[in-house]
Design a protein around this ligand. Structure first.
Ligand code: GLU
Length: 300
């Protein structure tokens, strides 16, 4: 059975791009007769706020998107992440990393990746194990990972070249995003990961981590981003409005859903509707691959 999930980070309001991802994952699960969960990814220390997570849940509920099981909060899952690190250590896949941010900036020879990040050059790979209270990286095998993306079609990346060995545990005591996502998708039995195209480049690394933990690989769908009317990324200054602000600008909830449904290929034009009206019309084959612009009146 399909199990979809929406996994927002509670660092701000959910803008139209996030709402579009949430709706697509919900529609995909619902149209397959499956279940859908919300998971709040508040693993990244002080940037994440409980009140923002709760506001995100309210906005999703306003659109009719409610988790089929209890909402999980990653800040309550330390024991599971710690157990995964122990499994990886027992398999010889972890090593402590002593590199500072400055060290990594000085190692400037490696090429830039598509995100403007450099792959980690593996400088600490031979460092002896020093316990679980150090920054820890996963030793990646070389070679490409291929997957069939529900939106983008056939994809392949070599994570060793793209990101290098990923950090799974940080010196400041936080579990890293990759670890939390992969452990939780595995523990919850998620079969379909729907997220923005800005996260396409982390997929191969996460697949390697699934393999190292013996977890099954879900299907992936990376949606084109929703951008401001001038094509720039949605952000504090450009069109990153939440449901409340959209309603103030004349976008009642059925209108927002109509626009989102149209942008996902479910409707011929943006027409007011409820989320459930879109279920019979959802089909990954009709979801456009590219970016989509926020309508002008909803942008400022
Ligand atoms: N928490 C991530 C975000 O809000 C999404 C992670 C995922 O869907 O895998 O960008």
């Amino acid at each position: 059975m399909t199990l979809g999930r929406f996994a927002p980070s509670p660092t701000g309001i959910l803008h139209l791009g996030n709402l579009r991802t949430a709706l697509a994952s919900w529609l995909s699960a619902r149209s397959a007769g499956g279940r859908w969960l919300i998971r709040v990814e508040d693993v990244d220390g002080p940037r994440c706020r409980r009140d923002l997570g709760e506001a995100q849940l309210r906005d999703l509920a306003a659109l009719g998107l409610v988790s089929d099981g209890p909402v999980s909060w990653q800040s309550e899952r330390d024991a599971a992440y710690r157990a995964a690190l122990e499994t990886l250590h027992a398999a010889g896949r972890l090593y402590p990393c002593a590199c500072t941010r400055k060290d990594l900036q000085l190692l400037a020879s490696a090429p830039h990746t598509e995100d403007g990040l450099r792959p980690y050059p593996g400088r600490c790979r031979d460092r002896a194990w020093q316990g679980f209270d150090r920054a820890l990286r996963l030793r990646l095998p070389e070679g490409p990972v291929a997957w069939e993306d529900c939106v983008l079609g056939p994809q392949a990346d070599d994570p060793a070249a793209l990101t290098g060995d990923p950090l799974l545990f940080r010196r400041d005591g936080c579990f890293a995003y990759h670890l939390a996502v992969v452990v939780d998708d595995g523990a919850q039995g998620v079969t379909e990961v729907v997220r923005g195209a800005d996260l396409r480049s982390v997929t191969a690394t996460q697949v390697r981590l699934q393999e190292a933990l013996g977890l099954p690989r879900p299907a992936y769908a990376h949606l084109g981003l929703v951008v401001a009317p001038d094509g720039s990324r949605l952000g504090k200054r450009a069109g990153a409005l939440g449901v409340e602000a959209l309603v103030v600008r004349g976008g009642a909830v059925p209108e927002i859903l109509g626009w989102l449904g149209w942008s996902l290929g479910c409707l011929d034009r943006p027409e007011s509707c409820a989320a459930a009206d879109l279920i019979p019309h959802f089909d990954w084959a009709r979801v456009p691959k590219g970016e989509i612009r926020v309508p002008g009146p909803w942008a400022t």
